[in-house]
Ligand binder design. Structure first.
Ligand SMILES: [Mg+2]
Length: 348
C-alpha cells in the first residue's frame, strides 16, 4: 500500500494550561493509505514536532510504499537521514516516533493483526504493572504490587521524607513489592550515596534518572557503588545510536526508552537488539500505554509496564479510547488490529 496523506496535530488538551510543553508534549499523527487504512501514531515534541511532520516528513513520504515491518524500517532510515541536519535526537526523533507508530498501526490494520503479532507475536499473556505516583494506599487498593515515587530533591529535609514514603510503601505493598525512585536529574553522586545508605533497610529496586543524560561516565561509576540497587534511565535518549553511548559507559542496569519519543517501535526493536548484546534489561518508559505495551508483549523486554494511575478522583484527558487498563496490577494487549485504540476527536 502507498502513503496517501500524513498529518500531525497537537491535541487541544483540556486539563492543562494551553502550552505545547505540557502533557509530555504528545502529538498525534494520522497516516492514510491508498488502500483506505488509517494509522494513528503518538509522538512527542509538541508544536515543533507537528511542524516537522507536516512541513517535511509529510511531503517526502507521499506515495511511498510499505507492506512489511522491514519496509517501515527502511522508511524510518529515510526520514532519519533526511532530518540529520536538524535531527538525530530530541524533537525531530519525537516527530519520527509518531510517524513510525502510525505506520505500524496502519500495517496492523491492513493485515488484521495486533502490532505485537506483526513482530513475533505476544510472548506474555499478561504483564505486571508498576504505578508511578505518590499515593501508595490508592495504588494498593487497585491491586498494584510495585510503585515508583516521583521524588525531586528539595534540600536536606528530603532525606527523611524519602525514607518515610519508602517505608510506608514497603509496609503497605508487602515484602515482595518493588519500590522505586524517579529523581528526575535532581540528585548528585553525593546525595545518591547518602540516600542509598538511608534506604538500605527498605530495599529499593531502582533509582531512575539520577543525573542528566550528559553525565553517563559519572553514572557508570556511581552504578557500581549502589549495588544491588539498580540504576535506571534512558527516557531522554533517542534511537539505537544514542543507546550505543549508554552501553559503552555502562551507565544503567535498566534501559527505559520511551517508544513515543525514541523513534517508535522501529527504534525500540533496534534498542532491544543492542540491549541483548549488552545483557541489559529494558523497561520502556510509560510501558503500559499501547505503544510500549505491544513492544513489551512481543519482545524480551522485562515483564514490567509503567502506568500512571494519577491521584484518586483526578481528572484526565482521555485522548485514546479503548486503550487497555490494568486489572489488579496486570495488563493485557487487545487481540485487535494495530494498536487497537481510537482517537477521541473531541480533543482535536
Ligand atoms: Mg522517569
Amino acid at each position: 500500500m502507498k502513503i496517501k496523506s500524513v498529518r500531525a496535530v497537537y491535541p487541544n488538551y483540556k486539563y492543562t494550561v494551553p502550552s505545547w510543553r505540557t502533557h509530555l508534549w504528545q502529538i498525534v499523527v494520522r497516516i492514510e493509505t491508498t488502500t483506505g487504512q488509517i494509522g494513528w501514531g503518538y509522538g512527542g515534541g509538541g508544536k515543533a514536532a507537528v511542524e516537522i511532520v507536516n512541513g517535511h516528513f509529510a511531503e517526502i513520504l507521499m506515495g511511498k510504499s510499505f507492506d512489511s515491518i522491514s519496509d517501515i524500517s527502511d522508511l524510518w532510515d529515510f526520514l532519519y537521514t533526511a532530518s540529520i541536519p536538524y535531527g538525530r535526537k530530541g524533537v525531530a526523533i519525537m516527530a519520527l516516533s509518531g510517524v513510525d507508530l502510525a505506520l505500524f498501526d496502519a500495517l496492523g490494520k491492513a493485515e488484521m493483526k495486533p502490532v505485537a503479532n506483526l513482530l513475533n507475536g505476544s510472548t506474555k499473556d499478561r504483564m505486571r504493572c508498576y504505578a508511578t505516583g505518590p499515593d501508595t494506599d490508592y495504588y494498593a487498593g487497585l491491586g498494584f504490587t510495585a510503585q515508583k515515587f516521583p521524588f525531586q530533591w528539595q534540600g536536606d529535609e528530603s532525606e527523611a521524607a524519602g525514607v518515610a514514603v519508602a517505608e510506608k510503601a514497603r509496609s503497605v505493598l508487602g515484602k515482595d513489592a518493588e519500590v522505586m525512585f524517579d529523581v528526575y536529574m535532581t540528585w548528585d553522586s553525593e546525595i545518591t550515596l547518602r540516600m542509598h545508605e538511608a534506604l538500605k533497610h527498605v530495599g529499593i529496586h531502582w533509582y531512575e534518572d539520577i543525573l542528566t543524560p550528559d553525565d553517563l561516565e559519572e553514572l557508570g561509576d556511581l552504578r557500581t557503588k549502589i549495588r544491588p540497587v539498580n540504576m535506571a534511565g534512558g527516557e531522554h535518549e533517542f534511537t539505537a545510536h544514542g543507546f550505543v553511548d549508554i552501553a559503552r559507559t555502562n551507565a544503567y542496569d535498566i534501559w527505559q526508552p520511551d517508544i513515543t519519543w525514541c523513534g517508535g517501535i522501529t527504534a525500540g526493536l533496534r534498542i532491544m537488539d543492542l540491549a541483548k548484546l549488552n545483557n541489559t534489561e529494558v523497561v520502556p518508559h510509560r510501558g503500559a500505554e499501547p505503544w510500549g505495551l505491544h513492544l513489551i508483549a512481543a519482545t524480551e523486554c522485562a515483564d514490567f509496564a509503567e502506568i500512571l494511575p494519577g491521584v484518586r478522583g483526578g481528572d484526565s484527558d482521555d485522548l485514546w479510547i479503548g486503550a487497555p487498563e490494568a486489572d489488579d496490577g496486570y495488563i493485557r494487549i487487545k487481540d485487535e488490529p494495530g494498536f487497537a485504540v481510537k482517537l477521541n476527536e473531541d480533543l482535536l
